[in-house]
Design a protein. Structure first.
Length: 292
């Protein structure tokens, strides 16, 4: 198994410690890492902090074991995993996969609980496998953008995002949370995963609302409504943003010229990619490539 690429908050790349050698770790403040794991089995020992993992990039099939339960299925872009503090975890993937790893120390969860009028001693975060939570996703994307920009907002901005995430976990993913409401005829679970995986696997194609609706087994008009409810974005904006983000990742790898990356991510030409990347990310492809 090869080394795992880590990107720290200050942009440094590190080698992850071997998972076979668990070590006592000090409890850190709220931190975030973009981590790429190779295909295969990875076992993680118990940690003194709660982990929230948001899958980024192409979909991959995985089998996860945690808290006496097993999940087997697709990990898709935006899928959220929650691993409570002190809980070991293991997962096996068919392909390499990337995740945004968010670490919440007990002190942060205690502060969020007290601010919400909860007793920290009587509430626990629960384990979640590959679920959708638009609020956690939005927080995660804000953290990811902050990392990729070099953390211009500083510690204060990051801590505010960490507090928002801790509050969401307590209210929606703890032993005191209410059941997540579901809407009849909505877009969730297996259907949503299948749909998002199709988009990820066909970003280089000329995707249409009709084609995406057929994958979901819905009418085009119904898809527009339920897709926005499930992801927080209209279909066309979601697809465009994923194309730009995929192009950004390929530019950072530095293996392909910009014009090939534009075509590989569904843009008509290099200028087409540059226009949308500048509008969504505030940088040009050439700038991303130079920074990498």
């Amino acid at each position: 198994m090869g080394p795992m690429a880590l990107v720290t908050l200050d942009g440094r790349q590190l080698d992850a410690p071997s998972p076979q050698i668990p070590a006592l770790e000090p409890v850190p403040p709220f931190t975030a890492t973009i981590k790429t794991d190779p295909a295969g089995l990875i076992e993680a020992p118990p940690r003194p902090f709660t982990l929230v993992c948001v899958h980024v990039g192409p979909s991959t099939r995985a089998r996860c074991r945690r808290d006496g339960r097993t999940f087997h299925g697709l990990e898709v872009h935006g899928g959220v995993e929650i691993i409570p503090a002190g809980m070991p975890s293991a997962w096996e993937t068919e392909d390499a996969g990337s995740n945004l790893i968010l670490r919440l120390p007990p002190s942060l969860l205690e502060a969020a609980a007290q601010a919400s009028g909860m007793d920290p001693a009587r509430i626990e975060i629960v384990s979640r496998f590959q679920m959708r939570d638009p609020q956690i996703e939005h927080i995660g994307w804000a953290v990811k953008a902050e990392i990729e920009a070099g953390c211009p907002g500083g510690r204060l901005f990051l801590d505010s995002l960490g507090l928002a995430l801790a509050t969401r976990l307590l209210h929606q993913h703890s032993t005191k949370s209410l059941p997540i409401p579901t809407r009849r005829g909505g877009l969730g679970g297996t259907k949503l995963k299948r749909l998002l995986a199709h988009i990820e696997d066909h970003l280089d194609h000329d995707l249409s609302i009709t084609e995406i609706a057929e994958v979901a087994g819905l009418s085009a008009s119904h898809l527009k409504t339920v897709f926005r409810e499930a992801t927080g974005l209209p279909v066309h904006q979601y697809v465009l943003r994923r194309r730009v983000e995929r192009a950004q990742a390929l530019l950072r790898e530095g293996r392909m010229p910009i014009n090939e990356i534009a075509l590989a991510t569904g843009f008509a030409h290099q200028s087409h990619l540059a226009r949308h990347m500048r509008r969504l990310l505030g940088v040009t492809p050439a700038e991303v490539k130079r920074q990498a």
